[in-house]
Design a protein around this ligand. Sequence first.
Ligand code: 6R9
Length: 691
Amino acid sequence: RRKSCHPHPPLCCASSPEGSVSKAPGPLRSSLRATSVSKSDVIPAGDITSTPIPEITDVFPELHTHEHIHQFSLDHPEEFWGQLARSRLEWQREFKTVTAHEPEKAIFRWFPDGQLNVSVNCVDRHARHHPDRVALLWEKDEPGQQEPITYRQLKDEMCRLANVLRASGVGKGDRVALYLPVSPLAVASMLACARIGAVHSVVFAGFSAEALASRIQDAGAETVITTDQAVRGGKVIQLKQVVDAAVAKCPSVRQVFVGTRTESQVKMGPKDIALDKALSCEGTECEPAVQDAEDLLFLLYTSGSTGSPKGVAHTSAGYLLYAATTHKHVFDYRDGDVFGCVADVGWITGHSYVVYGPLANGATTVLFESTPTYPNPGRYWETVARLGITHFYCAPTALRLLLRYEDDWVKRYDRSTLRVLGSVGEPLNHEAWHWFNDLVGEKRCTLVDTWWQTETGGIMISPRPSAPGAPVLPALPMRPMFGVKPVLCEPNGGVVEGMGVDGALCVGSVWPGIARTIYGDHKRYVDTYFSPYKGYYFSGDGAHRDQDGYYHITGRMDDVINVTGHRLGTAEVEDAMMEHPDVAEVAVVGFPHEVKGEGVFAFMILKDHTHESTEEIKNDLRKLVRSKIAGYAVPETFLICPGLPKTRSGKIMRRILRKVAANKPGELGDISTLADPTIVQSIIDAYNENR
Ligand code: 6R9
């Protein structure tokens, strides 16, 4: 079926005949070759020819202060975002209308009559102005190895890949599942989808075959892109094998493109296509699809409190504008900076601040494939020194892990290039804030604790942007972004006014980055985000507004827990555990964990007729959760109890279990509404015996 042709040296992957993977040369696939690139090779100094992105005060010179601009963005969202969209994005057809929302149906439309292609905005226009500027700096898992990819190279590779997809029948609106390591191939694949109007669904390459399969099925994806293997922290992960197992359960899949990361021999089946060979047949020009502003750009699956993970759907222009604007103004990005966000591309942080935000702004963005402690706890800071990183954006869980090691792991590396530090994913506690700010940033960098969600598309609350010189306080995200109006609500739906108050964190404005729906289930979107508090978007988090009007996040209000920055629905873990034949009932809660933020704690009742030893059962359960979801979802503790605390209507009172799991039996509160209050003491006894 496929053309046979002379192999170009492809950028991403090796060409591979059926059944094996050959060793074609190519800059991006020299994965195991040591490349020593000096700092001067990778820093894009001297090639900055385009006009830098204006500061917000230059865009709105008639508004004199930050406060005025923020207020203007809330009072006149159409003028505010319209002006930014016109000046910062390249349109195929200019929009006339800025918004056409139907709030009562939770339908939001930004720039509905405008047309643009996201890949042109992220690549072509920069390749036109500064083709030799480094777009991607791939920090590979193998210590000391990096590969710079220029905008010209990225454009060529993206186009080749887009041509491969098009030639294979992938068209506008088709969903493509990406199961890939953090690599230029992952970025090129996302952009190639955008180029032809296909919708990518990146699945974090740590998810199990079953989790991948359910995401492929929900999206109805017919095409998958993966690699032979992945390497992370020196360990090999059998990506292709996981995909094989997933695809076996997905009849919708008709083709799997297999790129190369490690040059291992992988078995190729009838649906598998060697990506390098396919790429070598295609040229480096690819006409971009004409895309409506509201055409889908991607789906990203995330956990909710009930049911299966939901496909959060983002569209093109609004998402891109919001990712680019927040990247510029929260991080004070300037031309020539080297932006280091170490998130995996499988999470929203990777989408918005590794790929779309930085590339829309023509930045040099780092792709970090490794872990914070490989080969040692100095990895992050050694990378900062070697690549000349100016912005370092990571998760609190990594900071809490690293601060346990000697300060020398930080101090021995030159961090003088750093200007801005950022944190995302979970609350940043004081100890980690000070370690990051004082030791890593030497108290001279700006540290932004950024609060946002998969559903918000980009940063919503963060110390910057703000008035010049405005204070940054430890361990809270502080201030709303332009266009964002935080609202705190009471359980009865009323709005909590004033300062020094707590409530459910809602948003009372419509910003361009808001997710438009849950794929295939708009009702669930409405029910989850717009029904709890009428007229507002509900985040699922609680917050405190302090005396100065700054926001503190108090944590999730639903049954979602946050383990090492990964969102996990307790119901997902319970569902997986219930598949064990010896488990009668189970309730999973989160508990405070020093490094992970939250750990998973499982209370369970076993069936009477169990023959296996309880240790065997626990081992089986670990395997089960790992295979159904992922390693991070495996409970730290399995506690066998005689019963669970239930109300008379049979609802498990999780707040009691949370207190037990946190070892705070003195703070149980009122337990009189339980059907059997005596059960609580027997659970506490079981907990104490288990310690
Ligand atoms: C970007 C991202 C979203 C949930 C969110 C909240 C928690 C994120 C936070 C934070 C406290 C911060 N969260 N940032 N909590 N302070 N700065 O993480 O998206 O994976 O969808 O998670 O993460 O609970 O609701 P996502």
